[in-house]
Design a protein around this ligand. Structure first.
Ligand code: HEC
Ligand code: HEC
Length: 225
């Protein structure tokens, strides 16, 4: 465990010093916010203790750390978190050579050995609450609203997602991360594997979107409440 944590901290340091705009991160797995977490309803605290490890990159309240490409994950549905952890663990996601951020996340999912641990941490993430991430993109809300018609069938008119279709909520998410994922689907970094039928259901729509369309639709989504 100690070795793993040391390795993690060094991953974060390397990642943070990659960027020019941010100071190197000095965060380490700490237990200082354990009390805040103790309200977790997850059984026997396994979700909370596992999350200490995730907090290094995703933040204590799941607010994300843009400087290392770690998105806000607070309040994502537990079924979606679980689904993505299983994809990272099996290598359906996070193995494409151009998927720099996904490859950073993948070893973390592989560290989660038991399904019980995955269930518990997914429940824990789902009950986290963080402030809405700051908006970073500019684009046309009006054009984005038109493009969003293409997304409603799966993500809902309100953007809150649809569990039956495995389409996640897009509300209150990091805009830079949503844009990156649209680009990833379009270029086949995500959702192109035959082992990923759910990802494949998302991909075709992105093939119809230009770079500007993607920005516009994300600007529109960022306004959904
Ligand atoms: C070393 C940093 C790091 C750690 C530690 C880490 N993650 Fe991540 N995580 C990332 C990055 C970077 C991404 C973005 C991947 C991408 O762009 O595809 C990510 C993506 C995710 C996603 C996908 C979100 C989405 O909307 O699809 C989930 C869920 C997630 N992480 C959960 C976790 C959980 C739970 C833990 C702890 C077990 C954890 N992460 C630990 C860096 C990390
Ligand atoms: C046919 C149903 C369908 C349509 C239409 C669709 N999506 Fe999706 N979307 C999904 C599914 C399913 C996923 C989860 C895929 C996975 O697990 O990789 C997803 C994932 C995403 C993600 C990644 C979220 C994350 O947390 O990583 C984004 C961003 C997204 N969709 C945006 C859009 C936008 C914008 C549109 C319209 C232009 C759209 N989707 C249209 C089904 C759809």
């Amino acid at each position: 465990m100690i070795r793993l944590l040391l390795c993690l901290v060094s991953v974060v340091h390397v990642a943070a010093t990659d960027t020019t705009t941010n100071k190197p991160t000095t965060s380490k797995p700490t237990t200082k916010n354990k009390q805040a977490h103790s309200k977790s309803s997850t059984k026997d605290g396994l979700g909370r203790t596992t999350y200490d490890f995730c907090a290094v990159c995703h933040g204590e309240t799941g607010e994300g750390k843009p400087n290392i490409g770690a998105p806000q994950i607070a309040s994502l549905s537990s079924w979606y978190v679980k689904e993505q952890l299983l994809k990272f663990r099996s290598g359906v996601r996070g193995t494409h050579p151009r998927d720099v951020a996904g490859m950073r996340m993948r070893p973390m999912a592989r560290y989660l050995q038991s399904d019980a641990q995955i269930d518990a941490v997914s429940e824990y993430v789902a009950q986290l609450r963080s402030a809405r991430p700051a908006t970073t993109l500019t684009g046309s809300w009006v054009k984005g609203q038109v493009k969003y018609q293409l997304c409603m069938a799966c993500h809902g008119a309100d953007g809150k997602g649809n569990e039956a279709l495995k389409a996640p909520s897009l509300v209150g998410r990091s805009d830079w991360y949503l844009l990156l994922q649209l680009q990833n689907y379009k270029t086949g970094v995500r959702g192109a594997s035959l082992d990923d039928p759910v990802g494949m259901s998302m991909r075709p729509i992105t093939l119809t979107l230009s770079e500007q369309d993607m920005k516009d639709v994300v600007v529109y989504i960022s306004g959904l409440r």
